[in-house]
Design a binder for this molecule. Structure first.
Ligand SMILES: [Zn+2]
Length: 136
């Protein structure tokens, strides 16, 4: 008697409880970039919480310093691109953590982030209303 047959017999006489297949809980497959300015790395992280409950910061797996949550929209520059990293740091220091900036109500159009540090300097002034002040 093979295993399959024995199993069927046990199911039929009730000695083997029929279990339903486990329903996989589908959570938000929501990765966010956590950026370390110390070693200029970015790691995508997922947490088992709703996106708005993701932590603002975490620990860098590379160097152990603090990483900053820059959300889903952030694309890290090359490690060697120091000018871009400087720009990103400047934006973050001024409350621009790559959140979407929508100036028109009920519009999905968002303001593109600046390309250079000098553009970023104008950007943080122009859009200061949208700056986020949060504890790291
Ligand atoms: Zn690091």
């Amino acid at each position: 008697m093979d295993k399959q047959v024995r199993m069927e017999i046990r199911r039929a006489n009730g000695t083997r409880a029929v279990t339903k297949p486990v329903q996989k809980v589908i959570g938000p497959e929501y990765s966010m970039s956590f950026v370390c300015f110390e070693c200029k790395t970015s790691n995508m992280r997922q947490y088992d919480v709703t996106p708005c409950d993701y932590p603002n910061s975490s620990v860098c797996p590379v160097c152990g310093n603090t990483t900053i949550n820059l959300g889903r929209n952030f694309k890290p520059p090359k490690k060697s691109d120091l000018a871009q990293w400087k720009k990103v740091k400047f934006l973050v220091d001024n409350g621009f953590v790559f959140q979407k900036i929508r100036v028109e109500r009920n519009s999905i159009e968002s303001i593109p982030y600046p390309e250079t540090l000098s553009e970023a300097k104008e950007f943080v002034v122009r859009y200061r209303k949208w700056a986020i002040k949060r504890a790291i």
